[in-house]
Design a protein around this ligand. Structure first.
Ligand code: GLC
Length: 532
């Protein structure tokens, strides 16, 4: 199978721009209102023109879809909703022919409750060998009516559900996502088979879901006051359900498996830990190559916050020799254009943030729709699908607002995502005509053209991508200012003005700016790349 043309230990991922495809919402080829693998194939040229190096596909495996595919019933097959294994092979072939790599998502912390192992565990009953693959326990209190400990599910409510014979099982997410017992040899062996299955089909790496999960402290102790189960926030307190030392051996083994393949596959961990020092342990030289670094995603639009997030992660990950990844959004958080502020302010800052992100050293992860400046959508209550909405007793709306299908063209829903008149799995809002790929293409002032130009420059400039970053001593406290030196001396300086007022623009030829530059000035909420 042809592959992007690079030697085996190219470390291609050290400065790759990876694009997250939320498969349900990218493009719908078969007209059922849900995105699919054939749809992605049809739209690959958008990604080529955008200029990304790699694609990360969210789970497309057979699943009851309780968490939209993150509840996997068979990790080595394709759900008919998304297509067939032949569609997958064809997608990999077509992406490789266009010099784009393909990463798939693996979900080792839990399976679906429809996985044959879980069904067998239910059928075989307490004390059976089949129960050992999960975390079944008797309850506490009279008749065992209370859960075995006080852990809460990330999606709300207790992390335990009771089955009809009286035992309880652990699910850190939805009840349909029972946690696997990683101390059981079958679990480890089966996952290694899964990695080899997809590597054999040509994939270039894995995004590892909840990579800091897998192992739980052996006696499953209660969490004490002050610790938190908040997966989506910075969390510094050690907790018994995450970040246990045994997990590192798993990644050492996976590292070894990937080393058997000649395309230099990458392992990228979703490690939701606030402290970069703990994250750094996952990317020691014989473990994962990369871990998502959520520092920027958690930072409010503030110069000091951004500076500290960038400098802190470069320091801690640099100490173990790993590249720092940069992430501002994904399918679990509010769209950045809305996070940065309302309406035009949010758009203006999202443009500046894009130039900042793409000027940083190391791999960048973009989420589909960032390149269109899509805002968070207020999905009507009746249409909400995220399990968080029901599990929180209809108090937390969840993540659907960033998962609405992509608009490709036209003026009315479904904007060529699906054939006309088809109802998409999440409703698409009216008013998105100007945001479609078609409407933004070749419009010099559009978000899409900003991304295209920035990605083309990032690829062409030896100073950008992997390499050093030198902070400039900022003359103004509200300006982020750094230089990316090139080996030949012609570097790129990036400035982002977080102040409310314009600042004087330093000397240097502007290569690209996120907004027009009045003579000699860098306006508020604007970023520029200068040739130095
Ligand atoms: C990860 C995924 C999220 C999913 C959860 C449980 O955080 O990104 O979408 O709900 O894991 O698998």
């Amino acid at each position: 199978m042809p592959r992007p043309d690079t030697p085996a230990n190219s470390q291609w991922w050290r400065d790759a721009v990876c694009y997250e495809i939320y498969v349900r919402s990218f493009a719908d080829a078969n007209g059922d209102g849900v995105g699919d693998l054939a749809g992605i194939r049809q739209r690959l040229d958008h990604l080529v023109r955008l200029g990304v190096d790699a694609l990360w596909l969210t789970p497309f495996y057979p699943s009851p879809m309780a968490d939209h595919g993150y509840d996997v019933a068979d990790p080595r097959a394709v759900d008919p909703l998304f297509g067939t294994l032949e569609d997958f092979d064809a997608l990999v072939r077509d992406a490789h022919a266009r010099s784009m790599r393909v990463m798939v998502d693996v979900v080792p912390n839990h399976s679906s409750s429809a996985h044959p192992w879980f069904l067998q565990a239910l059928a075989d009953g307490p004390g059976s060998a089949a129960r050992e693959r999960y975390l079944f326990r008797p309850g506490k209190g009279p008749n065992g009516d209370d859960p075995p400990n006080n852990w809460q599910s990330v999606f709300g409510g207790p992390a335990w559900s009771r089955v009809t014979d009286g035992e309880w099982y652990l699910h850190l997410f939805a009840p349909e996502q029972p946690d696997l017992n990683w101390r059981h040899p079958d679990v480890a062996a089966d996952y290694e088979q899964t990695l080899r299955f997809w590597l054999g089909r040509g994939v270039d790496g894995f995004r590892i879901d909840v990579a800091h999960g897998l192992f739980k402290a052996p006696d499953l102790p209660d969490v004490t006051a002050g610790s938190s189960l908040d997966l989506m926030g910075p969390r510094m307190v050690p907790v018994p359900m995450w970040d246990q030392p045994e997990v590192h051996d798993v990644y050492r083994r996976w590292h070894g498996i990937c080393a058997d393949y000649d395309n230099d596959p990458v392992l990228v961990g979703e490690v939701w830990i606030g402290d970069p020092r703990s994250v750094a342990r996952y990317v020691r030289p014989d473990e994962l190559q990369l871990a998502f670094n959520f520092g920027l995603l958690f930072s409010r639009w503030d110069c000091a916050a951004y500076h500290d997030a960038i400098a802190g992660s470069l320091r801690e990950l640099g100490a173990v020799g790993a590249p720092t990844t940069w992430v501002m959004s994904n399918h679990d958080v509010q769209r950045q254009a809305s996070r940065f502020g309302p309406g035009e302010v949010g758009q203006q800052r999202a443009r500046a943030a894009a130039l900042l992100l793409l000027a940083l050293p190391g791999p960048v992860f973009l989420y589909q729709g960032d390149e269109l400046g899509l805002p968070e959508v207020h999905v009507p209550d009746a249409a909400l699908q995220d399990p968080i909405w029901t599990r929180s007793g209809h108090t937390i709306r969840g993540r659907d607002g960033c998962r609405v299908p992509l608009p490709w063209g036209g003026d009315v829903p479904p904007y060529e995502f699906s054939p006309p008149e088809v109802e998409t799995w999440l409703p698409m809002p009216t008013g998105w005509g100007p945001l479609t790929v078609g409407a933004q293409s070749d419009q010099p002032a559009s978000m899409l053209e900003l991304y295209r130009r920035a990605l083309a420059l990032r690829r062409a400039e030896p100073a950008l991508g992997d390499g050093p970053l030198h902070w400039q001593s900022a003359e103004h406290g509200d300006v982020l200012d750094f230089v990316r030196p090139a080996p030949d001396g012609a570097g790129v300086r990036c400035l982002v003005n977080f102040a409310a007022e314009p600042i004087g623009l330093p000397r240097g030829q502007p290569l690209l700016s996120s907004a027009p530059l009045p003579t000699g000035q860098l306006p508020a909420d604007t970023a520029v790349w200068l040739r130095v």
